[in-house]
Ligand binder design. Sequence first.
Ligand code: FMN
Length: 345
Amino acid sequence: MNLAQLLDLELPIIQAPMAGVQLGALAAAVSGAGGLGSLPCAMLTPEAMVKELELIRSFTAKPFNVNFFCHVPPEPDAAREAAWRRELAPYYSELGIDAEKIPGGAGRAPFSAGAADALERFRPAVVSFHFGLPSRELLARVKGWGSKVIGCATTVDEARWLEERGVDAIIAQGVEAGGHRGNFLSDDLTTQVSTLALVPQVAAAVKLPVIAAGGIADAQGVAAAMALGAAGVQVGTAYLLCAEATTSLVHRAALKSDAARHTALTNLFTGRPARGIVNRVMRERGPIHPAAPRFPLATGAMAPLRAKAEAQGSGDFSPLWSGQNASGCREIPAAELTRQLSARL
Ligand SMILES: Cc1cc2nc3c(=O)[nH]c(=O)nc-3n(C[C@H](O)[C@H](O)[C@H](O)COP(=O)(O)O)c2cc1C
């Protein structure tokens, strides 16, 4: 069965869930166009999620995807937090921020029983998970109400792990991808490979439909991913300039500039490696810093720097998430972009 049949889609194009830069409007537009729109919930309370789900439902009766993170929240570590704030101290004084008054903050929450309670009545066609899967009980609840489940693999081992636990399709996320790496069996970044290398290896290793993600920015890229054995694609970065996305002005400006050609994996903003456009704090502290608090606790210390700099029109302290290929970003409606991406299928 191909992906369009499995998920009841007209087009095998999934708009990647992108926490922090989109809400229901983007998902509704893509689903309305025949692709699979996604609502990212990692940064939404259950109440906010419900509001967005109602918005999507009011716009389209077509299938959509609801996406969650599955990390295990770490114990706060006061010594590590203090060391990290010392590392950022020169920036606090430069921007006139009182370091004593910065609250800690989780920033991103994993899928929970509370989220499942709020989600259940919507019975979305698809639920996707990043960083592995939730507990056996929570996964059984999601499958029990009829949602198809998609997991994200960054290695062949992760793809096999997901298949063994009963997912319906697997995203193969190449290292080109924007935003957080979905790796969950190993923290070793040398295990992370390109979409071109990963997709055919995952397709050979599992029996499930494979969805290619990472660096796919136009119709040729979509066709190439399908030629490698993908049953569909998940595209994120290319949607960031669409009017329906909530991408900030500094982020939009960076994506439109030559700076977008230089991205790196960085743990400075959340504590986990994620790909973003290289900016001042990444250059000056190095994109991966051993003192950064564990995911998602690093979000707190950077937040006031980001807010102050963005108010001055600067993205020096912002996570400017982007994949390695921002050439497909278009300031066009998301429905039109979805149709353009599928033009060679
Ligand atoms: C701004 C941004 C935010 C992202 N947030 C999420 C998220 O909340 N959940 C998720 O599963 N993936 C997230 N991702 C990763 C995407 O699912 C996908 O792997 C990636 O966008 C594909 O690569 P591309 O950006 O080169 O198209 C995000 C990506 C970006 C660019």
